[in-house]
Design a protein around this ligand. Structure first.
Ligand code: AMP
Length: 537
């Protein structure tokens, strides 16, 4: 379940429940566009500034006492706000972490202990669950700042004027350098680490080999990361060297920290913001990655994340994005929406949406449906939901239109083509790698032509077919045709009574045909039967 952050009431960590002092807004948090744009809270008065910051954290301004606490027009308060706020006034700020509940998915989490981040730490703008964790958090921050910035203490998120700490360059630890090449090879072999490419650094064996700041080493220990997992051993030094990496490892093998650790180190020692964009296919994964990033970044100065995912209100996410964050964790759909709608500056991160998509989704997917309207609607839906460039082809499109579409398809202009049967036959679309029969065609003949659009000229391809009871009369034919290719058939199809009925009927028919054949073995039987029926007449 996703709980929109904007519906959560959150207070400053030092409120005693009786005073809801307006939250101090740092200069970089102010954004004139937000007041005018309507997609974020206005910032023309202290109360509205509070709302702006509240929106950034998904928080709501406290309505009492005094005029500064009036609910600003256009603020993000929900209908139940007043009731929630009066509840809030009766409940004192939690003193201890253990009295705080666990965070629900999508809710802010305490940067120290990971429980529900009910409050915002005024000094650092981070989420905390209690006074206890606020104190710990402030200690961690000042400790880390002392280690990283000898020029004096500096507050997290305190703006561009902050002097950057000394730079970080990954150098191989002496322990690793002293190992022989055959020992390294043996280590990789035993851990199942396979590398390709030139100049791949040796794996680390301990996190201490990376020369991380003490605060980060401490976070690793607190998270229970005593030793790196194999993917981390090899990937962390690669990432720390700034190399491009394509890595693959099993689920649960520690891939997230493998890329987060180099990302955090880069963000720590780089003044450009944001310094990293993590794209994930699902919002659940994005939430999980942000949680892990916060855990690892805890206590490190000026480390902030923005989560851009669907299913949660966009304005607080956009507002957060404008707060000078180091790491953005996003799903592609929400990121594209935010970029398109708000022309938000993503610092040094260059996003070339169309080209990247083309690279990822070439060659095109050919989707077959059974009617023209279906083709138009599905094509529109695909484009809207996935952002992939999609078009439809059917008999109502004029010949020049169809020709243009086909040309575009062959030149890679479209990533998805939704078609009725018109593309099923004849055309040699050699570049199609995936056919989806969104509607099962009405005959096996047609089906064979449609799936035949992939794998032409000896190339490999994949066909995915959706079937339901509308094509029940073809079940046995489909099974007979597709099973010998080694394709996976769903149990719902294989166990369907229609399929068994058709199979039985076919077997009976075969038997009948067999019986009707005249052979040496049954010749006398046939003559006797014939005589008998004649004598009865
Ligand atoms: P992942 O594959 O990134 O989803 O990680 C799976 C789980 O392993 C997560 O709960 C991580 O917190 C945990 N994890 C990652 N790296 C380590 C490590 N080096 N030691 C112990 N646990 C780890």
């Amino acid at each position: 379940m996703f709980v929109p952050r904007s519906l959560k009431v959150r207070r400053n960590a030092n409120d005693d429940g009786g005073s809801c002092a307006a939250k101090k807004v740092k200069p970089e948090a102010e954004d004139p566009q937000l007041g005018a744009g309507g997609d974020g809270p206005p910032d023309d008065a202290s109360g509205t500034k509070e709302a702006a910051l509240a929106a950034h954290h998904g928080a709501q301004p406290c309505p009492l006492p005094g005029p500064a606490s009036q609910m600003p027009e256009g603020g993000l308060a929900g209908p139940g706000q007043r009731a929630q706020d009066s509840d809030l006034l009766e409940e004192p700020v939690k003193s201890f972490s253990k009295t705080q509940r666990q965070a629900e998915p999508g809710e802010p989490v305490c940067v120290v202990c990971g429980r529900y981040g009910e409050y915002i730490c005024n000094e650092t703008d981070e989420d905390v669950c209690s006074l206890e964790c606020k104190a710990k958090h402030l200690l961690q921050v000042s400790g880390a700042e002392d280690q990283l910035a000898p020029g004096g203490p500096q507050k997290a998120g305190s703006g561009p004027a902050a002097p950057r700490p000394a730079s970080y360059v990954y150098t191989e630890h002496a322990f690793i350098s002293n190992l022989r090449e055959d020992q390294i090879e043996n280590l990789r072999r035993q851990l199942g680490i396979v590398v390709q490419g030139s100049g791949v650094p040796r794996p680390i064996i301990d996190f201490e080999h990376c020369g991380f700041p003490e605060a980060l080493n401490l976070n690793l220990k607190t998270s229970g990361y005593e030793v790196p997992t194999p993917i981390q051993m090899q990937m962390v030094p690669l990432g720390l060297l700034g190399r491009d990496v394509l890595a693959s490892a099993d689920t649960g093998s520690g891939k997230t920290a493998a890329f987060l650790l180099p990302v955090i180190m880069r963000a720590l020692f780089q003044s450009r913001m944001p310094s990293a964009l993590v794209l994930t296919p699902t919002r659940e994964l994005a939430i999980q990655i942000e949680r892990q990033a916060k855990e690892l970044m805890s206590g490190l100065p000026r480390m902030r994340t923005a989560l851009l995912v669907g299913g949660l209100p966009a304005p607080p996410q956009l507002h957060r994005l404008r707060q000078r964050v180091q790491v953005i964790i996003a799903t592609p759909g929400r990121l594209l929406d935010i970029i398109k709608q708000s022309a938000v500056e993503l610092g040094g991160i260059k996003i070339v949406v169309v080209d990247e998509d083309k690279k990822l989704f070439k060659p095109p997917v050919l989707v077959f449906v059974d009617c023209k309207l279906g083709a138009d609607l599905l094509s529109e839906a695909v484009q809207k939901i996935t952002g992939l460039k999609s078009t439809s082809v059917h008999s109502e499109k004029s010949q020049p239109e169809r020709k243009n579409i086909l040309k575009g398809l062959l030149e890679g202009d479209y990533e998805v083509v939704v078609s009725t049967g018109v593309l099923g036959r004849g055309l040699d679309l050699v570049s199609v790698k995936l056919v989806v029969n969104f509607d099962m065609p009405s005959s096996m003949d047609e089906y064979v032509h449609q799936v035949g659009r992939v794998g032409r000229l000896g190339q490999n391809g994949t066909a995915i077919t959706f079937i339901n009871n509308n094509s029940k009369r073809l079940f046995w034919d489909i099974a007979k045709r597709v099973k010998p290719t080694g394709s996976l058939l769903p149990p719902q199809l294989l166990n369907s009574p229609y399929l068994h009925d058709q199979k039985r009927k076919e077997q009976q028919k075969d038997k009948q045909t067999q019986n009707d054949l005249v052979t040496g073995a049954n010749l006398m039987d046939i003559i006797r039967k014939h005589d008998k029926s004649n004598s009865q007449k």
